[in-house]
Every structure is written in C-alpha cells, then in structure tokens.
Design a protein around this ligand. Structure first.
Ligand code: SF4
Length: 410
C-alpha cells in the first residue's frame, strides 16, 4: 500500500470517508523481488510469516519500546505471526496505525485486571467434549484447530490459539461429530478455531461432508479471518469444494476499511460467486475502529465486497486487552451514527458477549422512549419524537383509545 494512501486516510478533511473507502492493493512492500508464483501461493505466505522479534525489527525499525517489550514476551501468551501480505498494510511511520495495533504485541498485554479472564465467554464450561461448545439450544461451535494465519492481539480464544500458553488444545473430531449425531436439536454447526480455512481442501471437504451427512444438521457455517489475512488461500479450487456443501455461510472478520484491499475484494467475490452468503464480524477496538466515520466506511465498503455487516462485538474481557477496549458508550454512539444514516443492510447488530458465558446480548441506542397499553413513544434517527397507538392486547386500533395512561418510561 502506498504511503499516499495512509496520508489521505488521516487527512481529517471532509474527504476522509471517501479516502477510507478507496480500494487499493496491499502491494509487495519488502517482498518486491519475490516471484508472483510465490507471492500468490498461500503456502509461501504462511512459510514466510513474521514470527520473531528479529524479523519484525528488521522490517520495522520504528518499533516503539512497548512493542519491542511486548514482542519479546509474546510467545508466552499468544504467539506473534503476521503474513507478509498483511504486514504490508501496516504504516511503519505511524505509531497509531490501526493495523499495527491489531497484530503487533505490546507490553500492555502483560497487565491483567481483576475482572479480566482467560475464557471470557465461558466456552470451556459449556464444552461437553473437547473442541465442541454447546452454549445455545440449537447450534454448536465446532473448534477445528488452534492455528491462525496471523494472531489478533485481542483474541477471545487466546488461551488456546497458537498454543503459546500451554493450553494444549486437541480437538477430537470423532467425539465432536458423535455428540452432534446424538443431539437432534443441533441444526446449525459453526466451524471455527483457530481458522478452519487453514486446513487443506481435502481435509475440510471430508469434515464438511461428514457433518452434512448428519440428517438433522440443516446449516453449516465457517468463521474465518483468512480472506483478510491471507486472501491467496481463497482459490477457485477451495470455492468449488465449498459450494458442494450448501447451505454454507461464511462469517469473515475484518475491523478496519484499510483491510478491505483489492486482493480481499477479489477473494470475497470468488466466495460470493460460489453462492456463499457472507457476513462480517468486527470487534470494537480502541485505536482501530472506535470512530463513527471509520465504521461507516467499513460497513459501506463491506457491502461493496458483497459482505453483509453482521456483528460489532464489544471487546471481550480477555486478559491483557484493556489497552484495546473501548467503552460501551462509544459503541452506542457509533450505532447511533449508522442507523438511519446509511443503508439498513450496512447496519450490524452491536453485541456484548455476557462475561462468563451468558451468550450474546444485543445492545442498541434507545429508540423506544416510553410505552404503555395505549401507545409507544419512539424517536427516529434525527431525534424527532413520534407516537404509535396500540390497543391493550397489542392489536392495531380501529378507534382512538378512550383513556390514555401515563407512559411508562423505558
Ligand atoms: S483469527 Fe480469530 S481465532 Fe485467530 S487470533 Fe484472530 S480472532 Fe483469534
């Protein structure tokens, strides 16, 4: 990516939304001499990831003392790994680069507050067999691997991904599949990890086929950050294999419009052309996307990539993530700036995963100001107030109510 593109994004004038929404290639950066056949090969990208302090320092002499110290300690908590492709999105001249904060370890990761947890969503306590989380009535989370193409410093599953902290994750596919077979209420299986798209086409095909063969499994999903970290992995062969397993949905994970490059757009197009409905999950992160204009650019750009913004997550109370968390107040402000101000399809649901395993709870700015048996008082996106009349039993009215009760404040 050119330094001009970084400069345009931060110009702060009225054109910054347009600048954020521009699709630009990540470029070749330090790897300009690598042949195209290597650069476009996902195995080459994985083999050449930045995983050590030495490599990082050589490529980015502008490391701050916090980043230097954090990287020295990273392999005891959550490993460092960044694909060359994704590394090129980092602006080395900008300490506040939103990409940098997501993947470069920092010293603050070693500070743990008393309310932070290693398993903030209570997955382990809802795990009937290793690698399977049964938290909601009709669906399960099927963890396939502890490996990712790159590691996000705020990962809610950092206890197990990369195996840096000795969790020793060993999914047992036979037991996981057998559990689903024995539970006819499970109609939806979400494959996640780690990243399922790191599996070879053959291995993933086999796993999806076995799940698809269970009669009560209606619907399969894959949660992945590969299209963003490693768009080279989204090959025509992968897409051809995936399309055999419909209905199959994919949720990608992208947090900032700069991640949506021309390479990512092309990869998402290949998935969409294979008939796979695409959604995006963003995590609300301080220094990254806690800004209404950045989020507006993000959701609008996602639609241009044929991806429906699905969730914005309040960052979980994962140990060592305080420096990346932002307030719920800020999240509500962002939702307020989206709803009504842009296409409804572009507006995701803002959720807090209730700490300790309560599941996802939607949170929204207040649009219902009061309600009682006779009427609902609502506010629109411009702040204008309206009343909607209804009868005691909730059916629409044919005549004005004889008595108006005082509204109950919501
Ligand atoms: S890609 Fe997903 S599972 Fe992997 S480190 Fe990032 S958030 Fe965690």
């Amino acid at each position: 990516m050119s330094t001009q593109a970084f400069a345009d994004e931060s110009s702060g004038d009225g054109s910054s939304l347009a600048a954020l929404k521009r699709f630009v290639p990540a470029g070749r950066g330090f790897w300009r001499d690598v042949p195209d056949s290597d650069w476009n090969d996902w195995h080459w990208q994985l083999k050449n990831r930045i995983t050590t302090l030495d490599q990082l320092q050589r490529l980015m002499p502008t490391l701050t003392p916090e980043e230097y110290a954090g990287t020295q300690l990273a392999n005891h908590k959550l490993a460092l790994a960044i694909t060359p492709y994704f590394f090129n999105l980092i602006d080395p001249a900008d300490e506040h680069c939103p990409i940098r904060w997501q993947v470069i370890p920092r010293l603050e990761e070693t500070h743990t507050a008393s309310w932070e947890m290693t398993d903030p969503c209570g997955e382990d306590s809802h795990s009937p067999v290793p690698g399977l989380v049964h938290r909601y009535p009709d669906r399960v989370l099927f963890l396939v691997t502890d490996r990712c193409a790159a590691y996000c410093r705020y990962c809610t599953r950092s206890r197990l991904v990369s195996n840096a902290s000795g969790y020793d994750f060993h999914p047992r596919f036979e037991d996981q599949i057998d559990y689903i077979r024995r539970h006819p209420e499970v109609r939806d299986v979400l494959l996640s990890g780690g990243d399922p798209l790191l599996f070879s086409d053959e291995r993933l095909d086999l796993l999806l086929g076995r799940l698809r063969a269970i009669p009560h499994v209606e619907f399969l999903r894959i949660g992945t950050r590969i299209p963003v970290f490693l768009p080279q992995r989204i090959t025509p062969e992968l897409c051809a294999m995936l399309r055999k397993h419909h209905p199959l949905f994919i949720s990608i994970h992208s947090n900032h419009p700069r991640e949506l490059t021309t390479e990512v757009r092309a990869a998402l197009e290949r998935l969409a052309d294979a008939g796979i409905p695409l959604g995006n999950q963003s995590v609300l992160l301080r220094h990254v996307n806690d800004d209404a204009e950045v989020m507006k650019a993000q959701v609008q750009k996602l639609l241009m990539c044929r991806v429906r913004p699905y969730y914005i997550y309040q960052c979980d109370l994962i140990a060592g993530s305080a420096h990346l968390r932002t307030s719920v107040r800020k999240g509500l402000e962002i939702m307020q700036a989206l709803r009504g101000h842009t296409t409804g399809y572009a507006v995701p649901t803002y959720v807090i995963d209730a700490p300790g395993g309560g599941g996802k709870v939607p949170v929204s700015p207040e649009y219902v100001l009061s309600r009682n048996a006779d009427r609902v008082v609502i506010r629109n996106y411009e702040g204008k107030i309206f009343e909607y009349p209804e009868a005691v039993d909730g059916t629409p009215l044919f005549a004005a109510p004889t008595e108006i009760e005082e509204p109950e404040l919501v």
